[in-house]
Design a protein around this ligand. Structure first.
Ligand code: PA5
Length: 446
């Protein structure tokens, strides 16, 4: 069983010949990936990663995860963007959004360095009091401000708690194989290091040590995760658009974009999927949103958001389509019993599993939104486990690379991310930014 694209609810918006008309563009995009002839072709390492990863390092990741599970109550994962979202998304989906509060024999996992909020940092520091702690600092460049700042704090925390020598044994650095401040420090201090390959960009890095170490610490099976991704890699090598759901997804979303549907809402009926949607948003937003082009990726958890954004989606500006991730089987179902008095009039729901009610809500919503002019693509995921997640991750990664090429952008760079950094550095007196400071302060009226 694997991910399946159900296009029933998009067919009234995209005719068969329109879809077929996309085939040559998908083929050309696929050739650019295969021949490594497109823009950003030095960042295509993710394509073969599921079959072509460093086995020796993989075994070291499993060993390090085991050590962390044995000697730590808490793992602090420091990273931002692609060095953060995939691990958190996978842990919340495979384990639970309440992972840290569950009874378990694996460490709590907290993510820091993904913002610059002092309250957030203070609260996590206080959660570490009296606990045995390890730290996984993840930064490809090794210079990103948010994680670097958080690492400074947690390194000091470990040194104060354990002394310099023991602290070194509790720090795991995931970074570039040769370059950067973090790599230099790790070599000097003797931290165990893991590599973010040169040819894998941050948002495509969840299946490298970036994602694998934290995911393994949570007790999830990273071997099955890789197997799922490898199965998807094989399935999506199929050249025929009609038989390749990944290609079809790319074709539909680009055809919809050309018809003015510039917003894609990734929908799930499982709150545990919320962080996966954040991962998806980074993957697509950073890959496609450039040169004044791109689909704006957004997300919703239903039925929760049907009581907030539902009004807009049903009735507002017709600028969006939905991609619904339909998880066929919940991890734990709930049987709704009958109440003899039927005091709330809800006995029409009784003697059913709650997943059935959730499913009817999904079916009803798909019909209502489609009738309201919002095309719906449905991605059927059989269940939540490591294999299926690996499969889904590869599906979205491959579709993203292809989609960027169909759109005519370089899907593997992110030049726009630099603008806020430059302004922030100038305003904070970072050496080298003196000239910009005065102009920015004048604009702020400072
Ligand atoms: O996708 C990307 O490249 C970015 O989101 C980066 O992952 C993010 O900016 C963090 O960069 P780094 O790992 O260099 O600290």
């Amino acid at each position: 069983m694997a991910i399946k694209l159900n296009d029933t609810y998009v067919k009234q918006f995209i005719a068969e010949d329109e879809l077929a008309g996309m085939a040559p563009q998908i083929k050309a995009a696929q050739e650019m990936l295969t021949n490594r002839s497109g823009l950003g072709n030095d960042f295509l390492g993710w394509i073969d990663l599921p079959v072509n990863y460093d086995r020796e390092e993989f075994a070291r990741i499993e060993k390090a995860a085991e050590k962390i599970r044995n000697d730590s109550d808490v793992l602090i994962v420091i990273g931002i963007g692609g060095s953060y979202l995939g691990a958190r998304a996978a842990i919340e989906l495979l384990k639970s959004p309440f992972y840290n509060n569950l009874k378990k024999d694996t460490p709590d996992i907290y993510f820091v360095g993904n913002n610059i909020n002092p309250t957030y940092l203070n609260e996590i520091l206080s959660l570490c009091e009296g606990k045995d702690v390890s730290v996984n600092i993840i930064s490809k460049s090794g210079t990103t401000t948010e994680p670097a700042l958080a690492f400074r704090v947690f390194r000091e925390f470990l040194i104060n708690k354990y002394g310099a020598e023991e602290a070194k044994k509790r720090i795991y650095a995931t970074t570039d194989k040769a370059r950067g401040t973090l790599k230099e420090l790790s070599d000097a201090e003797g931290y165990e290091t893991f590599v973010i390959p040169d040819d894998v960009g941050g948002r495509f890095s969840v299946l490298t040590a970036v994602g694998l170490l934290p995911i393994a610490v949570s007790g999830a099976c990273i071997r099955s995760l890789m197997e799922g991704a490898a199965a998807a890699r094989e399935a999506y090598a199929e050249p025929d658009l009609e038989k390749n759901d990944c290609y079809k997804y790319v074709a539909y979303r680009n055809a919809l974009y050309r018809k003015g549907k510039a917003i894609e809402i990734l929908v799930s009926y499982d709150p545990a999927f919320a962080m996966m949607a954040e991962w998806f948003k980074q993957l697509y937003g950073e890959s496609e949103g450039k040169d004044k082009k791109g689909l704006y990726p957004s997300s919703a958890i239903f039925s929760t958001d049907l009581h907030s954004m539902g009004q807009f989606i049903q009735d507002g500006a017709r600028v969006m389509f939905e991609t619904v991730v339909d998880i066929k089987e919940p991890k734990k179902d709930f049987f709704i019993k009958a109440d003899p008095t039927n005091f709330d009039g809800l006995n029409f729901l009784s003697e059913k599993n709650m997943s059935e009610v959730n499913r009817k809500a999904m079916q009803g919503t798909i019909l209502a939104h489609t009738e309201g002019g919002v095309p719906n693509l449905v991605l059927e995921m059989p269940k939540i486990d490591e294999f299926e997640l690996g499969y889904l991750i590869y599906f979205f990664e491959k579709a993203c690379g292809l989609s960027g090429y169909v759109l005519g952008v370089n899907p593997f760079n992110q030049p726009g991310v630099e603008s806020y950094k430059k302004n922030m550095f100038a305003l904070l007196n970072k050496p080298g930014y003196e000239k910009e400071k005065a102009a920015l302060e004048a604009k702020l009226g400072a």
